[in-house]
Design a protein around this ligand. Structure first.
Ligand code: NAI
Ligand code: MG
Length: 491
């Protein structure tokens, strides 16, 4: 920046434009030393446990339960009892009241939840505060509205609840994924056993407090923490009628194999490798913001992240130049600092995976760019990264990295953009940047992706169905479509 001329000695022009730290206070969160499993409205002492940490400092936050197959069995029995003893036969208008209550309590306690989400998961507080929490509450409000209108949603089809839903969620949007799963399940009259991801159990455990506050009948929602073994026990349990899974494609495939022939309903929301396609007639600066939001939001731990940027050749150079400049302004660091744009990587395991794929990109011949930034010494961190000179066959253009790493490719014509964008085993989302409405519609028809954003990216709304094609899974969450997996239809 050029030196600003001071006219008077006392002119209020700062010499240094860097931000002072602006940390959000942790005091609003009261952590317990240990947490049990939440089954039948009670805290059950776990037989095994493990430490959950903050990925930004590696500090131990609490000790939580590692649910065993026996614990899962107890939880499924509690959910079954609650289903049969009243919940499933409650009028929809009554179920709605509980959902509305939960939504309002989440709004009231949103600061507490946002701080805890950032503490346990590493995401910037401005994201948990402005995205995760408002959307989580919105999902409960939205599905509360459907609870007494199922007959209208599916006219002449006599919708009935399925029974006990087993729900397994990932660590990238812990409370939001919990809301995506629990809200429609309860609206339709089901009961739930939910397993949070092993690295981010704390907001799900705090949510149990919300359930008690809302006086939800015991056993309607049960939370069993633990790792993949706990998840596998839930999938295998014969008393579960429906499995909803969000996570890696590998585990999703294993679950589908396991459930084949059992008659259990299944929805899978798996990985992605979304194309973000930028045409030369778009508003370039707006597109740069969309690209940054598409891949650096939540450290790139987003299944629908715009991880493959397709730039039309005619604007490739100015676009990459603007993008690199913009990257220099991203602030990486303390998730609880309100000025932080990119927080901590969720776990050491995920950091190792990102590093492995980035090394593969360099070996295969791509050119790497990282803006200068000082990463904290403790915790798990990765600088925002852009790869240029990327061929479609490179691992970084094919595999989900799930980190702040963008691969830039190019195209000349709309046909070529479509062909390259669809050259992936995944099909969760895509973005198109152009000023031509007709081109947006033409592209949206041809892109094999569940969601196509036009001149925006990573925009979510509970009223809009979300889900994938191909190896990104099947079934939809959100909107009217999101009710169907939690219903059976009586003839
Ligand atoms: P993961 O699929 O192992 O974990 C997701 C959830 O599944 C967790 O709750 C985990 O405990 C549970 N789980 C693990 N093994 C299971 C099994 N055999 N049966 C039932 N549940 C099981 O994902 P992970 O290992 O955390 O991440 C690996 C990669 O997966 C990431 O690098 C990313 O590419 C992808 N991923 C995609 C997500 C998405 O939103 N689509 C979310 C998380 C990861
Ligand atoms: Mg795994």
């Amino acid at each position: 920046m050029t030196e600003i001329q001071r006219k008077h000695d006392r002119a209020p022009v700062p010499k240094d434009w860097t931000y002072e730290p602006a940390p959000e206070s942790r005091d609003v969160v009261k952590l317990r030393e240990r947490y049990g499993l939440f089954i039948g409205g009670q805290w059950i002492e776990p037989s095994e446990s493990y430490e959950t940490i903050s990925p930004s400092s590696e500090e131990v936050l609490a000790i939580v339960g590692q649910g065993t197959a026996k614990d899962v069995d107890t939880a499924v029995a509690a959910a079954r009892a609650a289903f049969e003893n009243g919940w499933s036969s409650l009028p929809g208008s009554e179920r709605a009241k509980y959902l509305f209550r939960i939504a309002r309590i989440l709004q009231e306690r949103s600061r507490e939840f946002a701080v805890l989400e950032s503490l346990n998961g590493g995401k910037p507080i401005k994201e948990s505060r402005d995205v995760d929490l408002p959307l989580a509450a919105a999902h409960f409000f939205y599905y509360a509205g459907w609870a007494d209108k199922l007959e209208y949603a599916f006219p002449n089809r006599r919708p009935r609840p399925v029974g006990v839903a087993g729900q397994i969620i990932p660590w990238n949007f812990p409370l939001l994924m919990l809301s995506w799963k629990i809200a429609p399940a309860l609206a339709c009259g089901n009961t739930v056993v939910l397993k949070p991801a092993e690295t981010t159990p704390l907001t799900a455990l705090l949510f149990c407090d919300v359930l008690r506050q809302a006086e939800l009948p015991p056993g309607v929602v049960n939370i069993v923490t633990g790792d993949g073994r706990t998840g596998a026990a839930l999938v295998e349990h014969p008393g579960v009628d429906k499995i909803a899974f969000t996570g890696s494609t590998d585990v999703g495939k294993a679950i589908q194999r396991q459930l084949a022939g059992t008659g259990k309903k299944l929805t899978l929301e798996l990985g992605g490798k979304a194309a973000n396609i930028v045409f030369d007639d778009c508003a370039l600066d707006q597109a740069v913001e969309g690209i940054v939001n598409g891949i650096y939001f939540n450290q790139g731990h987003v299944c629908c992240a715009g991880s493959r940027l397709f730039a039309q050749e005619s604007i490739y150079e100015p676009l990459v130049e603007k993008l690199k400049k913009r990257l220099e302004t991203l602030r990486v660091g303390d998730p609880l600092d309100k000025n932080t744009d990119v927080g901590a990587i969720n776990s050491r395991m995920q950091l190792d995976r990102i590093k492995e794929l980035v090394a593969a990109g360099q070996e295969e011949g791509a050119e790497i760019y990282q803006p200068p930034c000082v990463l904290p010494e403790k915790g798990y961190w990765f600088a925002p990264t852009v790869f240029t000179n990327v061929a479609q066959s490179y691992r970084i253009a094919q595999e989900e990295i799930f980190g702040p790493v963008l691969s830039v490719l190019t195209f000349r014509t709309p046909e070529e953009a479509v062909e390259k964008a669809n050259n992936t085993p995944y099909g969760l989302s895509a973005g198109v940047w152009t000023e031509k409405g007709s081109r947006i519609l033409w592209m949206a028809n041809k892109l094999r992706a569940g969601v196509v954003w036009a001149n925006t990216f990573n925009r979510f709304d509970p009223t809009s169905p979300f889900g994938g094609y191909k190896e990104s899974g099947f079934g939809r969450e959100g909107g009217l479509h999101g009710l169907e997996p939690y219903l059976r239809f009586e003839e």
